[in-house]
Design a binder for this molecule. Structure first.
Ligand code: ATP
Ligand code: MG
Length: 424
């Protein structure tokens, strides 16, 4: 037990962190260029925020939250998603008083007690964006475009964009009744979760992962046939905007998001290359969330993008990820005197901005050169007894294998010249 991470969590080891750093830096840049400003919120919040903000009838709130009582008895929950926290911060700091829309971006860890599978963990990570304060479908298109541009910038091709409208409270009632009428004769065959969804929120049955329910909902009435005039016009505007942006999409009436406060736009980026958990990014509009949390009526739209699933997809596609950078120089030495001379040099190399390494206790030279190789060092600097006496060192090019003797005072300029040459 002591040597095992909790079920559903994963260490991210040094051999993989460069992948994370890469997608993080690309995401940051994409968001910055579009005016989505980074926001950071706490890992835990008061439990009510999520029961309200995510919605009482959702799977997350009903059975997946990591909730606990604080020492003073207050209920806290590890965030299962990001939108509710950002909405809370937006209200707490009265950001709605600033010029709107407000655009936010974040990277977070999330916690949900789920069955562990490929692409489904209990601690996982998301990139997310939220845009508050605009009811215009331009905002929806911008949010979708941001995700599309992110995938493109990473060279990920195997994702398809599916969009839908799930209407508003005004038009959803008609669809809900039609859906109940359609499912009523099949009710007993539904999975247990969906049996309760039938009463509370039958639309969510369309999103059930059980293959049995998936069969039963085939041919179910489509929300798109029940949209009110305003929702129908908005959905048409969204499609026009996406066309104008040159973003390919498919209309899929089966896309239903998990949160209770979603309205109108719902979308997913899906892939068939990473197994059953194929939704890499999901989002939509939530025009009643802020109000539900006690704020002024404020429309909003955003998405969450699973980083583990993104990396699985990039792996499946063999997408290019820049390799981790190796050391610039590794100092190898023989004897105490050479070691002390090496330490002085080590510090000078680092002060000059080079990535330099040296280890103790010294193995034989062969062992040290092997280590330099393993560290991906561009150069090895060898100080033996002879070099020590001559105030020199051997400078070995680890790629070509060439080596030459250089005065120790001139090593820095020799390396600098070499790095400059290769940059040009
Ligand atoms: P799913 O339908 O796969 O359960 P969801 O609808 O619950 O996803 P959201 O709450 O919308 O997902 O979260 C957005 C994204 O976060 C998902 O599209 C997915 O990429 C990722 N994600 C969600 N839950 C997990 C999890 N347990 N493990 C890993 N990634 C996840
Ligand atoms: Mg889920």
């Amino acid at each position: 037990m002591l040597t095992q991470a909790p079920k559903g969590t994963k260490d991210i080891l040094p051999r993989d962190t460069h992948k994370w750093n890469f997608v993080e830096s690309v995401f940051r840049e994409i968001c910055e260029r579009r005016g989505f400003a980074e926001i950071r919120t706490p890992v835990f919040e008061y439990t009510e925020l999520f029961s309200r903000g995510v919605g009482e009838t959702t799977d997350i709130v009903q059975k997946q939250m990591y909730s606990f009582a604080d020492y003073d008895g207050r209920g806290l929950t590890l965030r299962p998603e990001g939108t509710a926290s950002v909405a809370r911060a937006f209200l707490e700091h009265k950001l709605y008083a600033e010029p709107q829309p407000s655009k936010f971006a974040y990277e977070i860890s999330c916690y949900r007690h789920e069955r562990q599978q490929k692409g489904r963990q209990r601690e996982f990570h998301q990139f997310g964006v939220e845009c508050f304060g605009s009811a215009d479908m331009l905002a929806d298109a911008e949010v979708i475009a941001l995700a599309a541009d992110f995938f493109a910038a990473l060279g990920v091709r195997g994702v398809e964009l599916r969009v839908n409208s799930i209407g508003c409270p005004a038009c959803r009632g008609g669809h809900r009744e039609a859906l109940r009428a359609f499912l009523s004769p099949k009710r007993d065959a539904l999975c247990d979760t969906c049996k309760t969804r039938f009463d509370r929120n039958p639309m969510r049955i369309l999103d059930c992962k059980s293959p049995v329910c998936g069969e039963l909902v085939k041919g179910a009435p489509s929300m798109l046939d029940y949209l009110c005039d305003a929702c129908r016009e908005d959905f048409a505007a969204l499609r026009r905007n996406l066309d104008a942006l040159g973003i390919a999409f498919e209309v899929d009436a089966g896309i239903v998001r998990g949160l209770d406060y979603y309205t109108k736009t719902a979308f997913e980026f899906v892939s068939n290359r990473i197994g059953a958990q194929g939704t890499v990014c999901g989002g939509g509009r939530y025009d009643h969330l802020i109000e539900e949390l006690g704020g002024p009526p404020t429309p909003g739209v955003g998405f969450g993008l699973g980083i583990e699933r993104l990396l699985l997809l990039m792996e499946a596609e063999d997408a290019r990820i820049p390799p981790a950078k190796g050391a610039d120089a590794y100092i190898a030495y023989l004897g105490e005197g050479a070691k002390l001379a090496g330490l002085g040099l080590l510090r000078r190399l680092r002060a000059a901005g080079l990535r330099a390494e040296m280890d103790g206790p010294a193995r034989n030279l062969k062992g040290q050169l092997k280590r330099a190789d393993r560290l991906g060092a561009r150069f090895a600097i060898v100080i033996g007894e002879e070099e020590l006496a001559a105030n020199a060192a051997l400078l070995k090019d680890m790629v070509s294998g060439e080596q030459r003797r250089v005065a120790r005072d001139e090593i820095l300029s020799a390396l600098a010249a070499d790095f400059r040459e290769r940059k040009e």
